[in-house]
Design a protein around this ligand. Structure first.
Ligand code: ASN
Ligand code: ZN
Length: 346
């Protein structure tokens, strides 16, 4: 098998390049040998329990999808573009070689299950699972780029801090601060994937899931998390954070990250207007996305553990900022100010 250059007509990201594998004269598969064999397969509307059980996508002319969900391969184009872009993001930004840092490329199953309105990182499969939508809240396959970045970041987090929820209810909802950090860091690096990829068909921003056709126009957002009424995401820490549903709780540290990167108040980035508030009305000055990401990644991979809470996350990011910039640096002080602005102090 040889590497080949294909193109895809995606659902959410316009026309995208795809590195594929040629297996015969007129046959290609959606496997990227230049990125650790990262591959997308078809679950065929079943809840498969392994990646190997998925059916390979094949194509005769190496031009994939038609840009609409009527073609079975279109969701696979988005998924394959997303997993390879996420692989590239982690490598270029942090020198990380794949989700587990073992050189292997990410894998995904699309068309997972019947009317599944969600996408998941599956630890058992070691792969991404994408539903086609429930037909109600989510009307399309959940293959958007930031969703892929979010889910694969769950894989990175599992391989590093491995945050555990403090409580899981009968419907499998997770609660607690460590679990909230899990969702938050998945959003932080998921948005990071979108910013680095900077694809014309999918302009980058601090909104998560803005391509999914939701009524409120996004799933979550980091500048002012409480604008999300769907999951009830919060802006600031309070004592209830210890037992809050993890997506709702994610707003605390996602907001701190936004403030660290971009600062408080009004700002327009890539056509989206932001107005980020602070707990005590203080003004926070941002240090830029690149430095903020390096601090949070170092904190995740060196200092955070399965039980880390928001106050310990503050300490972990301060330690990371001290390592990179020094304890007297403006960056260190900005980390302190960003956490104080979401009501997390020493
Ligand atoms: N999309 C959800 C998430 O990644 C799926 C889940 O794991 N509950 O947070
Ligand atoms: Zn998540």
């Amino acid at each position: 098998p040889a590497q080949a250059n294909g193109t895809g007509a995606s659902l959410f990201a316009g026309s995208v390049p795809l590195t594929t594998t040629q297996t015969a004269k007129d046959s290609f598969t959606l496997k990227d040998l230049s990125r650790g064999g990262g591959e997308t397969r078809d679950a065929g509307a079943k809840e498969l329990d392994s990646f190997a059980a998925g059916k390979e996508f094949t194509d005769a002319d190496n031009r994939w999808g038609n840009g609409t969900a009527t073609d079975n391969a279109t969701a696979a184009v988005d998924a394959q573009f997303g997993i390879t872009s996420t692989y590239d993001y982690y490598k270029a930004t942090f020198g990380r070689n794949g989700i587990k840092n073992d050189g292997s490329g990410p894998r995904a199953l699309v068309h997972f299950g019947d009317k599944v309105g969600n996408a998941f990182w599956s630890p058992e499969c070691g792969c991404m699972l994408y539903g086609d939508g429930d037909g109600e809240t989510f009307k399309q396959p959940l293959v958007a780029l930031d969703v892929t970045g979010h889910e694969l970041s769950h894989g990175v987090i599992e391989a590093t801090a491995d945050f555990q929820p403090t409580r899981v209810d009968a419907r499998q909802n997770q609660f607690g601060e460590a679990g909230s950090l899990n969702e938050s860091l998945a959003d932080i690096f998921g948005a990071g994937v979108e910013f680095r990829t900077n694809n014309a068909g999918n302009p980058p921003n601090y909104l998560l899931g803005e391509k999914l056709g939701l009524e409120q126009k996004f799933l979550r957002r980091m500048d002012k998390p409480s604008l999300d009424v769907l999951e009830g995401t919060v802006d600031y820490w309070d004592k209830d954070s210890y037992d809050r549903e993890v997506h709702a709780g994610s707003g605390v540290s996602s907001h701190a990250f936004y403030l660290l990167a971009e600062g408080s108040g009004k700002k327009t980035i890539g056509g989206v207007e932001y107005d980020s508030p602070t707990y005590d009305g203080s003004a926070v000055t941002g240090i830029g996305r690149e430095k903020a990401q390096q601090i949070f990644y170092r904190a995740l991979t060196r200092y955070m553990v399965s039980t880390t809470d928001f106050h310990e996350a503050r300490t972990a990011t301060l330690q990371a900022a001290a390592d990179i910039h020094g304890e007297k640096s403006a960056e260190y002080k900005a980390v302190d100010a960003a956490w104080a602005a979401v009501n997390v102090t020493a």
